[in-house]
Design a protein around this ligand. Structure first.
Ligand SMILES: [Zn+2]
Length: 155
């Protein structure tokens, strides 16, 4: 499943990447035609409510990215693959690659190096990730989602 996130949904794109989705983000000035056309496997997410909603387009409610994610939960939940969690760069959407621990030492804080064993890096922007660097963020979110399931969340 690929998500194309409209210009106002940059934070939502990062959340989707944490979950392992291919989440492309249309930045201000990008040509939307350079992105793949919406289809059953390529959903377009937007905040724009004007005009008719085109096929394979989801209008996202709210301003808070967590609230936005909850709003599209029904669309994404069936496609969440636990093995894909935290396999993409949050900044640029590239699939991360594993790096042996002994090669990563110069690139991470000393504390992190000594307290983690698994590291991945983005082949495109070179950002380094380790277990916990965004896992904590995601687990906290998952807990909040579960908690909210039992309340009546208006969306
Ligand atoms: Zn990257």
């Amino acid at each position: 499943m690929i998500f194309i996130c409209d210009v106002m949904l940059g934070k939502l794109a990062r959340y989707l990447r944490i979950l392992g989705f291919d989440a492309r983000y249309i930045r201000q000035g990008d040509d939307p035609r350079s992105f793949p056309a919406p289809s059953p496997k390529i959903l377009f997410l937007t905040k724009r409510k004007t005009g008719t909603v085109r096929p394979h387009t989801i209008v996202v409610q709210g301003n808070d990215p967590e609230e936005q994610l909850l709003g599209i939960k029904d669309f994404i939940e069936p496609y969440i693959d636990p093995a894909a969690l935290m396999t993409r760069c949050l900044d640029c959407n590239t699939v991360l690659i594993d790096v042996p621990k002994d090669e990563i030492e110069p690139f991470v804080p000393e504390y992190v190096y000594h307290h983690h064993d698994r590291f991945t890096t983005c082949p495109s922007c070179k950002k380094v990730y380790w277990e916990g660097s965004h896992a904590d963020e995601m687990h906290a979110w998952m807990e909040r989602v579960k908690a909210k399931k039992h309340e009546k969340v208006p969306f």
